[in-house]
Design a protein around this ligand. Structure first.
Ligand code: NDP
Length: 319
């Protein structure tokens, strides 16, 4: 675009994340919007000059006094740490990143974790530790039933990838969805049936008032004995005490956990010592500056022209 016809972006964008690379985001944003002034949350700034925020898990009070805030971009997909906060100016739109690369990265993690169970890899890992050649005939992929809870941007992509592997895939969402090759269910009335048929359960739901604690003891017990749980969504969706008990009793055969009620998972938590648990520190997928900066820039331009931003979160729905 010719410099003179370029829309002028007023105000600054503030950045906050303990995990993401500020310089990479600043450069990616400024490559698209050269007029955009970026400021890191730790730098001195006038709160009134902040019009846009790009933030991941900003501490409470972070947005205090940013009275000219026009757009908050959640630096990721899960917006539970932003919705309902008291330090946000009323009505300021919250948007999330929806990026095919982020979905692909998540699908890669889910695929790895699911196939690890579908191919009995934990069994062979244990046999190797004992120095044992323990032949177990592979199951046919379609004999392995995987249930994906949450068929949104990330869940639908993962369900499709799993299906591509020939696994039998069930999906569950709030409203009816249609994904080729996936047996889709929706609504609370179908949850128990989906759970009772899952050899591997993949949790990809947002954390909302409706989903908090959804996988309680009773629902986890509906899974067939020996089922595996993969949680890449949020720890608080699952009753962690029940999870510990069921992993210990063998009702759950194993778990791959990327998210926890308390993060970092405290030292000494019983999960750390369980042989049938694989723990990763909340990184199943991340936002990638080069591929997500474009949609953030578009939204800044939309908001500065008085238009509705894309990918807006519905605070009433919580996602
Ligand atoms: P979306 O908002 O795109 O989709 C959410 C899905 O969950 C939709 O299918 C929705 O149903 C369904 N859902 C929401 N509430 C309910 C409910 N009460 N009952 C049944 N289904 C429900 O989310 P994404 O796919 O983008 O992401 C999912 C979650 O993954 C994020 O919220 C985040 O917590 C987590 N995440 C984790 C990461 C990690 O690194 N571990 C990285 C990124 C995200 P419907 O289709 O009807 O709307």
């Amino acid at each position: 675009m010719h410099a003179s016809s370029r829309p002028v972006v007023s105000g600054a964008m503030i950045f906050y994340s303990e995990f993401d690379d500020y310089a990479a985001w600043r450069d990616a944003m400024q490559a698209r919007l050269p007029d955009l002034r970026m400021v890191h949350g730790s730098e001195a700034h006038d709160p009134a000059s902040i019009h846009y925020a790009l933030a991941w898990k900003a501490p409470q009070g972070f947005f205090d006094r940013m009275k000219n805030l026009r757009l908050i971009v959640n630096l990721g997909a899960g917006v539970d740490s932003l919705v309902g906060r008291e330090d946000l100016p009323a009505g300021v739109p919250i948007t999330r990143i929806t990026d095919p690369n982020m979905a692909r990265m998540m699908a890669g993690y889910v695929l790895f974790a699911t196939l690890r169970y579908a191919r009995d890899i934990p069994y062979f890992e244990a046999a190797q530790r004992r120095g044992e050649w323990a032949y177990r005939h592979p199951r046919s992929p379609e004999d392995v039933r995987v249930a994906v809870l949450g068929l949104g941007e990330l869940g639908a992509c993962a369900a499709q990838e799993l299906r591509r592997q020939g696994l039998t895939v069930l999906g569950w969402s709030r409203s009816p969805r249609n994904i080729e090759g996936v047996e889709c269910h929706s609504g609370m009335e179908s949850l128990d049936t989906v759970l009772s048929r899952a050899d591997i359960l993949v949790v990809m739901l947002p954390l909302t008032p409706q989903t908090r604690g959804l996988l309680d003891r009773e629902r986890l017990q509906r899974l067939p004995r020996g089922a595996a749980l993969i949680n890449v969504a949020r720890g608080a969706l699952v009753d962690q005490t029940a999870l510990n008990d069921l992993l210990r009793s063998g009702h759950l055969g194993g778990a791959t956990l990327d998210v926890f009620e308390r993060e970092p998972l405290p030292a000494g938590d019983p999960l750390w010592a369980m042989d049938n648990v694989l723990i990763t520190p909340h990184l199943a997928s991340v936002a990638i500056p080069a591929s997500a900066a474009g949609q953030i820039a578009d939204n800044i331009l939309r908001v500065s022209q008085g238009l509705e931003p894309a990918n807006r979160v519905d605070p009433a729905r919580g996602y």
